[in-house]
Design a protein around this ligand. Structure first.
Ligand SMILES: Cc1cc2nc3c(=O)[nH]c(=O)nc-3n(C[C@H](O)[C@H](O)[C@H](O)COP(=O)(O)OP(=O)(O)OC[C@H]3O[C@@H](n4cnc5c(N)ncnc54)[C@H](O)[C@@H]3O)c2cc1C
Ligand SMILES: *[C@@H]1O[C@H](CO)[C@@H](O)[C@H](O)[C@H]1NC(C)=O
Length: 372
């Protein structure tokens, strides 16, 4: 089979996973071109800031639901068999307050908090908690097994897997699809460009996507061990403030979140929000700060017992209609778009990469037929 030159623009979890899947075809010569690479921490680069866990939120029948459904088996396989990838299983509890249903975080987590969600037969050990086990103020809760990914370790692992398959990674900034095509490592123009530019898809040259916007997330990374991964549907501190806790694999620390602030590009942690996040996380999970000889359950949450590694902010690449995974011919070059993965880029990464692969095969079929 003839060689096919492919440039993947972007080295976040979406671009790296797409490149890895494409590199499994011996005749695909893949170059990754990116402004930011694993190891960088930048407000324009979402992937290193994520927790990340797999808590499906796609509503049935949406593209997001399909991508999440198609991602779990691979995350599960890696978790089970590839210890160096930095993924581990976590007991997970999801708490729901009926009053959050229409709030910003409530809308986000609507599917997740259901007692009968579509993923109940996909994620292992799904069950609903009996009302006798519900803490005060909680209307329902579910428990299951999911995973938490140590994102710096996992992104580096993806880079290594790509390199092993002959993918060339290089720094570059492409203002337009035409720039991306000429950056292919062979010196010949790319036959296909994969557009995995995340939030930048909303503000770069070419045909900009005005439906892409930032969903700001602030987190605190701590050394404390929560014992369980948990999330609640909302808070009483504002409807775009969230509370979730997850411990990363391989000593990556525990992520305390968070918020989902639309259209804010502010890269600086807000200290007041940080305090609210820490207080809420201790409320949700007192075990975070409990040690053998602790205080009674009536004492107020003691933030000083959290051992803080850092405060951080990341911008989720949100898109109104959900992720865009689509082929389009721009200025004579075939582009497969794959961006707009919001707060779910890890848990939809493998499904996205497989769909990119299918679209690339479709484009090649069209190009072949056009030559006849
Ligand atoms: C606080 C927080 C918590 C999160 N938690 C989770 C979670 O638990 N589970 C989950 O699944 N997801 C989570 N997410 C979401 C996840 O981080 C994103 O969906 C994902 O990282 C998006 O990946 P991406 O590859 O599309 O974008 P990015 O990681 O932003 O990568 C974009 C890439 O494109 C490059 N690029 C952009 N423009 C250009 C250009 N013109 N030229 C060259 N290169 C360019 C960038 O340099 C970068 O390499 C979280 C996000 C945040 C902020
Ligand atoms: C990626 O998609 C966005 C939105 O359609 C567009 O503005 C940008 O030019 C595309 N980039 C490439 C390299 O095709």
């Amino acid at each position: 089979m003839a060689d096919v030159n492919i440039t993947v623009l972007g080295a976040g979890v979406v671009g790296l996973t797409a490149a890895l899947v494409l590199s499994q075809h011996a005749n695909f010569k893949v170059t990754i071109v990116a402004k930011h690479m694993p190891g960088d921490y930048d407000i324009e680069y979402a992937s290193p800031w994520a927790g990340a866990n797999c808590l499906p939120v796609g509503k049935p029948g949406t593209i997001l639901q399909r991508l999440e459904r198609d991602t779990w088996p691979e995350l599960n396989r890696i978790c089970k068999h590839v210890v160096e990838a930095g993924i581990h299983y976590q007991d997970t509890v999801i708490y729901n307050r009926a009053k959050d249903a229409k709030s910003v975080t409530g809308e986000w987590l609507n599917e997740l908090v259901k007692q009968d969600p579509w993923f109940k037969d996909i994620l292992p050990n799904f069950r609903t908690l009996p009302s006798s086990e519900l803490p005060p103020g909680i209307d329902s809760a579910t428990a299951f097994t999911s995973v938490c990914i140590n994102t710096p370790v996992y992104l580096s692992w993806l880079v290594g897997q790509c390199a092993k398959n002959g993918v060339i990674l290089k720094r570059g900034i492409a203002a337009h699809v035409a720039d991306a095509a000429v950056l292919h490592h062979t010196g010949n123009p790319a036959d296909i460009v994969i557009n995995c530019t995340g939030l930048s898809a909303g503000k770069l040259g070419g045909v900009m996507d005005p439906t892409v916007y930032p969903g700001r997330g602030q987190i605190v990374v701590v050394r404390n061990d929560p014992g369980v991964m948990s999330t609640i549907s909302g808070t009483d501190d504002g409807e775009d403030e969230a509370t979730y806790i997850m411990q990363r694999a391989l000593g990556g620390g525990t992520i305390l979140g968070g918020c989902l602030q639309s259209n804010s590009y502010d890269p600086f942690p807000d200290p007041n929000l940080a305090n609210r996040i820490m207080r809420r996380c201790i409320d949700l999970c007192p075990a975070l700060v409990s040690s053998p000889s602790t205080t009674s359950s009536t004492s107020p949450p003691d933030i000083s017992r959290l051992s803080i590694i850092r405060h951080a902010v990341g911008l989720r690449p949100m898109r109104k209609a959900g992720p865009r995974v689509e082929a389009e011919k721009i200025s004579g070059v075939w582009v497969v778009h794959c961006y707009g993965h919001g707060g779910y880029g890890y848990q939809s990464s493998w499904g996205s990469a497989r769909e990119v692969e299918g679209l690339v095969e479709g484009v090649l079929g069209r190009v072949e037929r056009a030559k006849l």
